[in-house]
Structure formats: structure tokens, C-alpha cells
Design a protein around this ligand. Structure first.
Ligand SMILES: Cc1cc2nc3c(=O)[nH]c(=O)nc-3n(C[C@H](O)[C@H](O)[C@H](O)COP(=O)(O)O)c2cc1C
Length: 208
């Protein structure tokens, strides 16, 4: 029996972490911007959208970044590194976000005002470890979208947690409220990814 995969299933199976890239490939900014524009459809806690990005394309800067990323080759050879950051003060945008929800007709004014008040109250009083875990979770959601969208555009990616986050924050002058979370290398594959297995689904699911 032939099983036909839907487009999204195919993409999910085709996405693999690629670590060898064709050097010198430039991804036009319009494409990177379109990728990120689509990626920000990701859901986030209270729609606070805590993700921030630094797109690193400069060859010299990538070379420097490689030195604080366990000397991982793809940091230098890929077309760009999308650094996914989290803003621990994301709740300070609550007003902008919920005003826009009201203006675009998604909720009445009273609901928007309540959401603003609750978001400022709740997130503004959370300890930083809690905020950090929330922001990391949301960054994971958008990172996955970025990698699938990149694949859909004909590019490959590899997510990287293996870098010195303290040195990254220093090198890129991150304000205290921004934490580096993941580097995503993007570019054209020069060699296919290694295969990678998965645990059997029966082993990891419980139905109750
Ligand atoms: C949070 C996170 C951090 C990762 N860090 C690295 C990394 O620093 N270097 C690397 O080569 N791969 C890294 N990977 C890629 C994983 O090794 C890879 O996703 C896993 O082996 C499954 O392979 P696949 O992505 O090809 O399906 C990371 C993946 C995740 C989700």
C-alpha cells in the first residue's frame, strides 16, 4: 500500500540537521525577512512573543562566533546564523500587543485592557527563573517554525545550543533583559545530514 504524505509531513521528515554548507551562498534579506515574518505566527504565552533575533551574515563575525561555539564548522560556513534570543521583559509590550488586538477587531476594549493589566501584573512579578523558562519554551516553538519554513524554501538548518551564552551576550552587547537561547545555521547543504533515529512512538506515549 502506498502511503501519501501531506506536504507538512514530508517537510518534517525531510528536515534534518545539516552541518556541511556550500560556502559563499547569500540568502537575500527579503527571503530571510519573509521567513521570520512567517515564523512569528508561532504561539506564545499570553501572545507576549518574547523572541528576538540577531541575523549574523558577516563572514568575520561568523568566524568569531565559531570560536565561542565549540568550533562548530557550520557557524562559519552556513549563509547566516539566526540567533534566537528571549526577552525577559517581553511583558512590557503587553499594551502594544493588546491594543493591536483591539484595533484589529480581535477583542473588545475591556478584554484588551484586562489582558494588559493581567500580563503586566503576572509576568512583571514572576521570578527571573520562571520568566526564563517561559521564554525558552516559546523560543523553542518559533525555532521549529524557522527550521521547517527554511526547509520549505529550499534551505537547510541546524539548531545549536553548543555555544558560550555568556560570551555571546558580551560580544553582541545584549541588554540585561535579553538571553541568547539557540543559534540556527541556515544555508544550502553541501552534504546531506546524517540520519537520525527516533524512539518508537509506542514507547513514549501513554493513552489514559
Ligand atoms: C536545543 C538543541 C541544541 C542542539 N545543539 C546542537 C549543536 O550545538 N550542534 C549540533 O551539531 N547539533 C545540535 N543540535 C542538533 C541535534 O543533534 C539534532 O537535532 C538531533 O541529533 C536529531 O537530528 P536531526 O535534527 O537531524 O533530526 C541541537 C538540537 C537541539 C534541539
Amino acid at each position: 500500500m502506498t502511503i501519501t504524505q501531506t506536504a507538512i509531513q514530508q517537510l518534517m521528515h525531510d528536515r534534518k540537521s545539516v552541518r556541511k554548507y556550500k560556502e559563499g551562498v547569500v540568502i537575500p534579506h527579503e527571503k530571510l525577512q519573509a521567513l521570520l515574518q512567517n515564523a512569528i505566527t508561532a504561539p506564545s504565552s499570553s501572545n507576549m512573543q518574547p523572541w528576538r533575533f540577531i541575523v549574523i551574515e558577516d563572514q568575520q563575525v561568523k568566524k568569531e562566533l565559531r570560536q565561542i561555539s565549540n568550533d562548530q564548522e557550520q557557524v562559519e560556513t552556513s549563509s547566516a546564523i539566526i540567533a534566537v534570543l528571549g526577552d525577559l521583559e517581553m511583558y512590557k509590550n503587553a499594551e502594544q500587543i493588546y491594543d493591536a488586538n483591539f484595533e484589529q477587531g480581535f477583542m473588545p476594549r475591556e478584554v484588551a485592557d484586562l489582558m494588559i493589566k493581567n500580563s503586566l501584573g503576572l509576568y512583571g512579578s514572576l521570578p527571573s527563573e520562571k520568566l526564563s523558562s517561559l521564554v525558552h519554551f516559546d523560543a523553542g516553538l518559533i525555532s521549529m517554525q524557522i527550521m521547517l519554513l527554511a526547509k520549505d524554501m529550499g534551505y537547510d538548518t541546524v539548531p545549536m545550543g553548543g555555544f558560550d551564552k555568556i560570551k555571546f551576550a558580551e560580544r553582541f552587547n545584549l541588554p540585561k533583559n535579553e538571553v541568547p537561547i539557540l543559534l540556527i545555521a541556515i544555508g544550502e547543504a553541501a552534504a546531506p545530514a546524517y540520519g537520525s533515529s527516533r524512539l518508537p512512538v509506542e514507547q513514549i506515549v501513554r493513552y489514559i
